[in-house]
Write a protein that binds this ligand. Sequence first.
Ligand SMILES: Cc1cc2nc3c(=O)[nH]c(=O)nc-3n(C[C@H](O)[C@H](O)[C@H](O)COP(=O)(O)OP(=O)(O)OC[C@H]3O[C@@H](n4cnc5c(N)ncnc54)[C@H](O)[C@@H]3O)c2cc1C
Length: 594
Amino acid sequence: MRVDIIGGGPGGLLTAVLLRRLGVADDVRVFERHEADTTYGWGVVFPEGALDQLAKAAPDIHAAVVAAGTTWTHVDVRHQGFRRRVNGNRFHGIARATLLGILQRAAAEAGARLTFGHAVESLDAHEGADLIVGADGVRSVVREAHRDRFLPEVKESEFVYAWFGTERVFDDFTYVFRDTPWGIFRAYVYPSGQPWSSLIVHASPEAWEKSGLSGMDEAASARLCEQIFAQDLEGAPILSKGSPWMRFPHLSCATWHHDNIVLIGDAAHTAHWSIGSGTRLAVEDAIVLAGELATRQDTLTGALARFEEVRRPQVRKFQTAARRSERYFEKMPRYLNFEPDQFAYQLTARSWKITHSDIARRDPEFIARYDGWFHSRAAGTPVEVAPSPAFAPLRVGPLVLPNRIVSLTGARGAGLSLVTASDLHNLPAAPDGGNPAGLRVPVLDGPEEYSGLAERALAAGYAMVVMDLGHDTEAGLTALKGLRGHWPADRPVAVALPAPRATDDAGEALDAAELVELAGRLATAGSDALLVDGVPLADALRNEARITVLVDAASRSRDDVDTVVAAGWADACVLHPMAPKLVERESGVLEQED
Ligand SMILES: Cc1cc2nc3c(=O)[nH]c(=O)nc-3n(C[C@H](O)[C@H](O)[C@H](O)COP(=O)(O)OP(=O)(O)OC[C@H]3O[C@@H](n4cnc5c(N)ncnc54)[C@H](O)[C@@H]3O)c2cc1C
C-alpha cells in the first residue's frame, strides 16, 4: 500500500510513524512545505491526560516528548494587582519545533520518506497513492481540492490574537489580564523547556483598533505588547517570528473522508487554542486512523468510516469545551468585580470540563479557602467549617433560602421546593419539607388572575411566586406589576424567562443583550430573581444585569450545583427530577444519596 501524507505537522508525522510501525503501508511519503527545522508558532501545552493515547501507541515518542519538554502543576492568574495560584493542574509544555523534530526522526527511522520544502498545490501528482492523508493544517489544500465533498464551514472569531515568545521564562501557565485605556488585554504565557516562554496576546477588536495595534507591523506590535505586559514580563523582550494578528478559524467539515482521501487534525477540525487541545486532537486522529487501517486492511472505506465514527464525538466534545473557554475570555469584563479567588475559580472551570470536586482534588487548600469565603459571604458572617457552595444560603429579595438547590420533586433538604400550578384556582399545598416553597405559575392574563392568586398562594403556604413571563413581554411586565401589588412585600417574586429561541455554538442566547436589558426592567417592576434555562444565559443575566438568577441546567449532582454557583454563573440550580435524593447525614450536612 502506498500512502501519501500531505503536511508534516504532528498529525501527519505521527500517522507516518504508525502506518510504518503497524505494517499498514510499505511506502509512506510525507510532503511538508517548510524545511525540516522551520515551523510556525512557539510552544504547545498538553493538559493532564492529553498524551495518554500517545503513551500507549508509541511509548518511545511519548517518553521523548516528556523528556524534551517541561512539566508543571499549577496555574497562575494575574489580574488587577492580584495573583492567585491554583495547584494540581498538571501540564506538559514543549516547543513545537522540538516536538516535530522527535516525530520527524521517528518517521524516518520507521522507513517513511520525508520531503521538506515541498508545497503541494494540487493532488494530481498523488493520484497513484492508495490513500491520501490531508494533514496539511487549517488551510488544507487537500480539503479545498474536494470542497464540494468535505463541505467545510469556517467561522472566524471576532477577537484577535498574536502568537509571540518572550525571553522571560515562566515556571507555569500564567493568565494575565491587563486593563488599559483601550480595553482589557489578555496574555497566556507558558514554558516549553526552552530559554523562552510562549506568549499569546488576545484582544477584542475594539481594544486592538483603539490601541493602534491593528495598523502596526509585527515588530511594532511586539514593542507595544511589551509595554502593556511590562510588569508581568519584568521588562523581558517579546520575540516575534511570523506572529501576525489573526482571528481564530473555527472549522468543521460535513465529512472527513471521501474515496481514498482522509482529513486529520486541523485540516478536518479546529478547537480554540485556549484549552490547548489542537495538537492532542491531531495526535489522537493519527493514532485512531492508523489503528483502524491496521485492523481493517481489507476495506479502506470501512476503515476511514470507522475512523470518523470514533473520532467525531471526541472532537466535538473538545470543540464545545474550547468554544466555551474562548467565550469566557471574550466575556471576562463581566467578571471584573469578582473577588480574586472566585475569578481564579471561574477561569479554572471555564470549559465545564473541570468541576468543583475536580478542583478540590487538585488543590484542597484552595477549595477549603474558597468554600469558606463563599459561605461566609453568603451568610454575611464568618463561617469556620463551610459546606460546599451548593449549601451556602441565598438571599432572594427578602427571603433567605437555606441552600442553593431547587427541587421540583419536593426533596427534603432542598433550599427551595418549586411546585408548578396547573390550576390557578385550585393550588396544591406547599410541600411540608420545612424549607421554603415556591409556586410556579403560567403567564397571568389579567387582574382577575393575579389578585386572587396571591391570596390563595399565601393560604397554601408558599413563600415565593415564580411567574412565567411568556413571549409577550409587555403583558408579562404588566402582570408582574399587578402580582407584586397583591403579593406581600416580605415575600419574593421571581420571573421565569422563556427558553432562548436560538443560541450560538457556545450555547449563549442570540438575543442575550436584549434579555439583559429586559432583566433590568423586570427588576424595576418588582422581580427579585429570574429563573432561566441553561448556564450561558444565567451567566449573562447574573453578571451583566446583576440580578439573582436560578438556573435550570439539568444539574444532576451536588457537584454540578457546586460548580455552577461557585463559578458565579448562577445563584441556585434546579436539580434534575431524576437526580439522586438529598438526605441529611448524622452530622447535619445534606448529601445526595449514592
Ligand atoms: C496560538 C496557538 C496556540 C496553540 N497552542 C496549543 C497548545 O498549547 N496545545 C495544543 O495541543 N495545541 C495548540 N494549538 C493548536 C495546534 O497548533 C494545532 O491544532 C496542531 O498543530 C494541529 O496539528 P496538524 O498536524 O493537524 O496541523 P499543523 O500542525 O498545522 O501541521 C500542518 C502542516 O502541513 C504543512 N502544510 C500546509 N499546507 C501544505 C501544503 N500545501 N503542502 C505541504 N505541506 C503543507 C504545514 O507547513 C504544517 O507543517 C495552538 C494553536 C495556536 C494557533
